[in-house]
Write a protein that binds this ligand. Sequence first.
Ligand code: NI
Ligand code: MN
Length: 219
Amino acid sequence: MIEITYWGHACIQLSDGETTLIFDPFISHNPMATIKPNQVKCDYILVSHGHFDHFGDTKALAKVNGATVIGIPEICAMADFDETHGMNLGGSYKFPFGKVKMVQAFHSGGAPGACAAGFIVEFGGKTFYFAGDTALFGDMALFAKYNIDYAFLPIGDNFTMGIDDATEAAKLIKAKNIVPIHYNTWPPIAADPTAFKTQVEKETASVVHIVKPNESIKA
Ligand code: NI
Ligand code: MN
């Protein structure tokens, strides 16, 4: 059993009770997060790209927890920390907790030389796709072969896919479950997750779980 916790914006935490992964740990300046960075316990920090709302508290969390930072080498360099694991698009690596594949995201990298990435992670017998910040792209159809159990997709528009494009993405990815992220943090990315849920569940076989910031669901 994996506990999925949403700290708001694009910060997702996965834990099996022994190992905790956190994606895009934007905590201290995240208006949605009620937790403080020093309350976050994690073993691995997966960073999709260098924008402040994703890289967030990576440096501090890595240091305090002795966590391994996983990301594009240019992003790992930003972490300024010994325990980093650089990867690049299309590469996969078996970590003690499971396999991580770094996949493309269509978005700017947020650091010189970096590109944005997403992650497909096998953990606790389930497969998770963390899209990061991305536009819709047709090759998302290739991700269907991984039989994704949970996809975390941005729906806030302006910087990423909005609801309509995220619905198209859902049709391509064919995940069993979808959790919308990257919306309602600030006015430019205001979006109605209920409208997204209604549309996706009407047009695909995926189930959408609207997880409120600072709440968890069990996978
Ligand atoms: Ni971004
Ligand atoms: Mn963002």
